[in-house]
Ligand binder design. Structure first.
Ligand code: MN
Length: 296
């Protein structure tokens, strides 16, 4: 079993406010963690400088929004309007196509969040889009750690959010100097993202904003807190389907991506319009001149 540290790259999202996020997946050092194909860490920043992401489309994936601090309103093209707060999860299953927008509330305090994408498997990727907000998440205490399971199953409990792959996501809080050993499926890939403090993961020092990737082959992940630490634990069965990921779309071929882009740019029926407090929409970038290739 090998554990290695992934140092995030900074990515500026093409939104109204040019939000900078720290991305550990996909990354030249880490393509996926199970079916988790996208891991963005945002903030902390003040709420008023926070998130203003105008309408944009998605296909072929599920988005998971999880806040540590702050408040964000989600709206989408199937009529959902949902404010999310820490301890709650927003899960949007894009399937054949949805568009959504996100705006942070203009309140006191900070915004601090992760946004995660899960690949949908071939059998489900063209499903009718749907949106879930779950505030009834299981919380488990193990050793000195407090673990909230927001997606999938871990430690004998299961999030009520709908999953299409054998994947899980959880937030872990561990006080300074404490150690926890969390049992995991040895067939899973696992990742531990440090969002507050610093930790060691299976003995490997993992600094704030870094992600420790644990290859399959171990039946547990051991975390030691260097100072109070807050972590996101992600894992799952290795996802072996070859994907074409471009902009906000997940597909299987260049032609599918081109068709999705055309549907967005032409205001096609795949992505209905919806009202929000932001207005407008994010235009798709130009497709590259080369044919996008599927990658495993
Ligand atoms: Mn989005």
């Amino acid at each position: 079993m090998t554990t290695r540290v992934v140092v995030p790259r900074e990515v500026v999202l093409t939104t109204r406010t040019n939000i900078a996020v720290r991305r550990t997946v996909p990354h030249r050092d880490l393509r996926r963690i199970g079916a988790w194909i996208f891991v963005d860490h945002f903030g902390p920043t003040t709420q008023t400088d926070g998130m203003v992401v105008a309408a944009h489309p998605h296909t072929g994936l599920q988005t998971v929004t999880w806040l540590f601090e702050g408040q964000v309103e989600h709206r989408d093209s199937i009529g959902s309007v949902q404010v999310i707060e820490p301890g709650q999860v927003n899960l949007m299953t894009a399937g054949k196509g949805i568009s959504h927008s996100e705006i942070s509330a203009h309140t006191e305090g900070n915004l601090h969040a992760v946004q995660l994408w899960l690949a949908l498997p071939e059998a489900d990727r063209d499903c009718t889009p749907f949106f879930e907000h779950r505030a009834d998440l299981p919380v488990v205490t193990i050793d000195s750690a407090t673990v909230t399971v927001f997606a999938g199953a871990l430690l004998g409990v299961m999030s009520p959010a709908t999953m299409f792959t054998d994947s899980f996501g959880a937030e872990v809080l561990l006080p300074a100097g404490e150690e926890v050993t969390i049992p995991v499926d040895p067939d899973h890939e696992n990742g531990v993202l440090v969002v507050e403090g610093e930790a060691t993961v299976n003995g490997t020092t993992t600094a704030l904003t870094e992600l420790a990737f644990v290859e399959p082959g171990s039946d547990s992940v051991t975390i030691t807190a260097i100072g109070d630490v807050r972590l996101v634990l992600l894992g799952g069965t290795p996802f072996t389907e070859r994907l074409v990921m471009w902009w906000n779309f997940v597909a299987r071929s260049h032609n599918e991506i081109r068709s999705m882009r055309t549907d967005w740019e032409s205001h096609g029926t795949r992505f209905p319009e919806f009202p929000d407090h932001i207005g407008g929409r994010i235009p798709a970038p130009e497709l590259p001149n080369v044919t996008l290739q599927p990658r495993g």
